[in-house]
Design a protein around this ligand. Structure first.
Ligand SMILES: [Zn+2]
Length: 412
């Protein structure tokens, strides 16, 4: 399954470099990042490693230069128990002078995994949190822009990067900025793409415009000519990776289509992405980069404060209510199991009046599968039941003595 997914994705990219940002490419990238195999890309885990390898392969295909030792685009850093990887590629500029400086474009590729809570999930453990908007959209945007600029290099050199462990507190971008791996002093400005896949009514937030003295002079005409409904903000901080660059003294812009009801939820899925909207966002980023590519230098300004959309807190409050509602709808089976017996779990007890009791499950049954997913251990059982809501019908396979019995339960 992994291999076939990767091969399929690779096959879609055997064509010549694309001169423009395309819906089809965004769909292919986001489709890969949100595939079941990646299990929500939790930093330090296999899914995030697969995402980093995919990005590395794309950077190599585009002819970017690696920053890491021995030709690796993946730059490791330590988490408490695991290793996580940022991915960085360099594209040389065309102007002999301006190419000594860099325009940096980044976005995080990690997300909340199986909702352990460490990555800010909203309390739905054992469900896959695909993070299509957060931030498969941004990581895919980085890939699409890298492809565009590989075909049309800018005067400045460019750095394309995706970060890991953003959801654990901007750890990957902090590591990149603080470890001295990046040419910090020579970065003209940074663009952060985090959650750019849910453009609604063409409303887009652009933060960080006060982080260099000249930004408004350069960019106000670009924004005035833009057909999107822009909310512009000068402040340099946000709950996202541009903050790490801003704290490192680098002008940094933040593009964001705002939070929504699926934020950090198992329902942040690819089919809810506004792909045409994301192309519009990336086209604006291209115009911003084109304008600033003519700037020989920018003067950093320490303009702090959390720059977020005006209705962010109101949206968050609505979101918390919908989370509580979804939690109250979670369905229970009502069995206690523990010991692994053969290919299943031994049912210690079936609670009276529970969904399991009404379905006819009995103490001593060995639970083999739920909805055709094997329940070979407790983790598998929790995952099989995780997304079940009250009233959902599930198919259960148990071994009773020597006989396989199939039951249907309605979760309570
Ligand atoms: Zn997030």
């Amino acid at each position: 399954m992994i291999l076939s997914t990767i091969l399929l994705s690779a096959a879609a990219f055997q064509e010549p470099l694309q001169a423009e940002v395309r819906v089809a490419d965004l769909k292919a990238h986001i489709g890969f990042f949100t595939s079941e195999e990646l299990e929500g890309r939790e930093a330090g885990k296999r899914g995030a490693h697969l995402a980093a390898s995919y990005i590395e392969n794309q950077f190599r295909r585009l002819g970017l230069k690696p920053l890491g030792e021995e030709g690796s685009y993946r730059l490791p850093f330590a988490l408490r128990k695991d290793t996580a990887y940022n991915v960085v590629g360099i594209l040389p500029g065309t102007d002999p002078e301006l190419s000594k400086k860099f325009i940096a474009v980044g976005g995080h590729h990690d997300h909340a995994g199986l909702g352990s809570g460490m990555s800010g999930a909203m309390g739905f453990p054992y469900e896959i949190h695909n993070g299509a908007d957060d931030n498969a959209s941004g990581a895919s945007g980085v890939l699409e822009l890298a492809e565009y600029y590989a075909a049309h290099p800018s005067k400045h050199s460019m750095i394309f990067m995706t970060f890991s462990a953003e959801e654990r507190g901007l750890l990957g971008s902090k590591h990149l900025v603080q470890s001295g791996i990046l040419p910090n002093d020579d970065i003209l400005f940074m663009v952060n793409l985090d959650m750019i896949g849910r453009l609604t009514e063409d409303k887009l937030f652009v933060g960080g415009l006060g982080t260099a003295e000249e930004l408004h002079d350069y960019l106000d005409p670009v924004f005035e000519a833009c057909k999107l409904d822009l909310e512009l903000d000068d402040r340099g901080e946000a709950p996202s990776d541009n903050t790490s660059f801003f704290h490192g003294g680098i002008p940094a812009l933040f593009f964001f289509t705002n939070i929504h009801e699926d934020y950090h939820m198992p329902s942040d899925d690819a089919e809810r992405i506004n792909y045409v909207g994301e192309v519009k966002v990336l086209n604006l980023v291209q115009r911003v980069i084109a304008k600033l590519d003519g700037a020989p230098s920018l003067t950093f300004r320490n303009h702090g404060g959390m720059g977020m959309p005006e209705d962010f807190m109101a949206r968050m409050n609505t979101h918390y209510r919908s989370i509580a509602k979804r939690k109250s709808m979670k369905g229970k089976l009502g069995v206690r199991a523990g010991d692994v017996v053969g290919n299943g779990l031994l049912v210690d007890s079936v609670r009276d009046g529970s969904a399991a009791a009404e379905a006819g499950m009995k103490d001593g049954d060995v639970l083999l599968a739920i909805n055709d997913r094997n329940t070979i251990d407790m983790m598998a059982l929790r995952r099989a039941l995780a997304s079940g809501l009250k009233g959902d019908e599930i198919n259960i396979k148990v071994l009773r003595g020597e006989t396989t019995v199939r039951l249907t339960a309605v979760l309570k």
